[in-house]
Design a protein around this ligand. Structure first.
Ligand code: ZN
Length: 264
């Protein structure tokens, strides 16, 4: 067992697949050094569950509150004011997931933009960190964020899988970058490995996005679920790709996560 400590900045512990054995999932994560986790909310109901869960294990878990771009069609000012109420709670440390996903378009582009805009405004008003999701929408995403660059609180592009050019723009904006198990995938993660050294050492963070995105090195089947206990596998891939020494990169990732969520 390693003495290293890890912070999983994005884990969907309110997902139905964790209902039966959640205590065990958390215990096994802690056993391998994943001692902090951020439970993400993707709509009001889930954000409430994430908050309640985080509150019950407040020295290990924190949560986010927000409306995922897939769920943006749920957005209304009443609905969003309940999200904002949640953001004032002790253990709710970031606003999101929010952002734009024009790949799946489960909500229309207009619905997504409206919801995202409200989240951006709230993050500025409350100075709460922004937890962002973007897929196939980079141009519009940047058009919405650039004008408010100076006012934005700490911001992370979670599950980064974009191009070198996109990464450069996020870095230029001062954004944090969340790396998932994509990096463990020899079929699609190679380009990510090449980009690791472009991310400033004070901006890189890691996440499992469990139960999704099974890291291929875990040898799990796609029908199985990802878990926060696999975060060290992702850390290991980052270490292998990074020119910084292991100790430095691992401790930077942890410190960045604590700083990002205002826990330092
Ligand atoms: Zn996401």
């Amino acid at each position: 067992m390693s003495k290293e400590q890890f912070f999983d900045i994005g884990v969907n512990l309110t997902h139905p697949s964790f209902v039966k054995d959640l205590d065990n999932v958390i215990e096994e994560a802690i056993d391998v050094g994943v001692t902090r986790m951020c439970v993400t909310g993707s709509d009001l109901e889930e954000s409430i569950s994430a908050y309640q869960l985080a509150l019950s294990l407040s020295d290990i878990l924190i949560s986010t509150a927000g409306i995922h771009p897939h769920q943006a069609k749920e957005f209304s000012s009443n609905y969003f004011s309940e999200i904002k109420d949640l953001l004032k709670k002790e253990n709710v440390k970031a606003i999101g997931e929010t952002g734009l996903d024009f790949y799946r378009n489960f909500s229309t582009e207009e619905e997504q933009k409206k919801s995202f805009e409200a989240h951006i405004e709230a993050s500025i008003e409350l100075q709460q960190p922004l937890f962002l999701h973007v897929r196939d929408a980079h141009k519009t995403f940047m058009e919405m964020l650039k004008p408010v660059k100076e006012k934005l609180p700490a911001t992370v592009v979670h599950c980064f899988t974009g191009t070198k050019e996109e990464l450069s723009e996020y870095i230029e904006m001062g954004f944090y970058i969340g790396i998932t198990g994509w990096i463990c995938d020899e079929r699609r993660g190679t380009h990510l490995k090449d980009l690791i050294n472009l991310i400033p050492l004070d901006k890189i963070m890691i996440e499992t996005d469990a139960p999704y995105l099974i890291p291929r090195v875990s040898k799990l089947k796609n029908s199985q679920r990802n878990e926060p206990k696999f975060l060290p596998l992702i850390a290991n891939e980052v270490v292998k790709s990074s020119k910084a020494g292991k100790k430095l990169i691992i401790s930077s990732i942890l410190l960045n996560s604590l700083r990002f969520f205002g826990l330092d």
